[in-house]
Design a protein around this ligand. Structure first.
Ligand SMILES: [Zn+2]
Length: 336
């Protein structure tokens, strides 16, 4: 999937999912767009999905298991990924998931996830890369892809807020260090989230100053130093609310994955809110009445949320030039 995106100058949206509803919405959006895609689970999303257990790895496992089953009904390829995991959460989140993939492979089964992000952006780059190297050496044995971050994505996600002094723009020198350390590990694959002023969340126009040319500077530096084969597979964090021209420029510089969370949250909730406001006396028992069962059955409004989110996924695939790019030949399995 990544090689086709790089060669074709398109990218896959990586859609955050936290429930069966948001997961099937993402699958449907990708299928409707005729595109393969990535669904990802954050630490907070995993914890939420685990219910009372409050166990981020357990919830992520449950969502991945659900995806393995229901994705067979959609005629596209879906990659499963885990989102930002800071160093202090690796033992609670990424490592149990890697161990599960290792157990599965030993039993002849496919990976639980295809890739995991380690977010060491709060650490000095050398320490960030020390951890990345040890992870990648282990990941390559299971064909797991590692995503790392150099530079800091601004804004707030999952309750983690970037410091005001954070380094929002990655430098070519940083990315040379990344290539120097990680390209030495043969047979391994990684994705790089280089930052160019991107911010988690959606802000009013004028508050975000994206400079995609930073990505070009980084690619030029690494290709000049290490050759064409070292060209990075880049990730665009905080894609929600971005201008199309900035997105297209980023694709031209090698972005193959764009994370979209906030726009999906809004699309889903917008549809649910619409249902509740329009059917006020159906979803609620007003003035001694009994409401309308069909209106307050959670399936009625969750299905609307799923449709709206699926439509938004389809739109984002188009923005990333991915419409119709799937090469999946699998015929969807008819269930039931
Ligand atoms: Zn991010």
């Amino acid at each position: 999937m990544l090689d086709r995106a790089k060669a074709g100058r398109f990218a896959y949206p990586a859609i955050n999912v936290t429930s069966s509803s948001t997961l099937v919405a993402a699958l449907r959006g990708f299928a409707d767009a005729g595109s393969d895609g990535i669904v990802q689970v954050s630490t907070g999303g995993g914890e939420y999905a685990s219910g009372a257990a409050k166990d981020m790895a357990l919830g992520a496992t449950a969502l991945a298991e659900y995806a393995h089953v229901v994705a067979t009904a959609y005629p596209v390829q879906i990659a499963l990924h885990t989102d930002h995991c800071q160093a202090d959460k690796l033992d609670k989140f990424v490592m149990p998931l890697v161990e599960e993939t290792e157990r599965r492979r030993a039993a002849g089964r496919p990976n639980l996830f295809n890739s995991h992000m380690f977010d060491g952006s709060a650490l000095p780059l050398e320490k960030n890369l020390d951890i990345a190297v040890s992870l990648l050496e282990r990941f390559r044995r299971s064909e797991l892809i590692l995503e790392i971050e150099a530079g800091v994505v601004g804004g707030e996600e999952d309750g983690v807020t970037a410091a005001a002094s954070a380094k929002l723009y990655t430098t070519p020198a940083d990315t040379l260090d990344v290539a120097h350390r990680l390209n030495a590990i043969s047979g391994a694959r990684y994705l790089l989230a280089a930052t160019f002023g991107n911010i988690h969340g959606v802000y009013k126009p004028g508050q975000v100053n994206l400079r995609p040319s930073i990505l070009k500077d980084c690619q030029d530096a690494v290709v000049a130093t290490f050759g064409e084969a070292a060209r990075f597979y880049l990730v665009f964090h905080g894609g929600s609310g971005s201008e199309l021209r900035d997105i297209h420029e980023a694709l031209d510089y090698g972005v193959v994955k764009m994370n979209v969370d906030t726009d999906m949250q809004y699309a889903f909730t917008r549809a649910v809110a619409d249902h509740c406001f329009r059917n006020y006396d159906g979803v609620l028992k007003v003035d001694g009445e009994v409401g309308i069962k069909k209106a307050y059955d959670p399936r009625s409004y969750l299905a609307l949320g799923e449709s709206a989110m699926a439509e938004r996924v389809k739109q984002v695939v188009g923005m990333l030039r991915g419409t119709g790019t799937t090469k999946a030949t699998r015929v969807p399995v008819a269930h039931g």
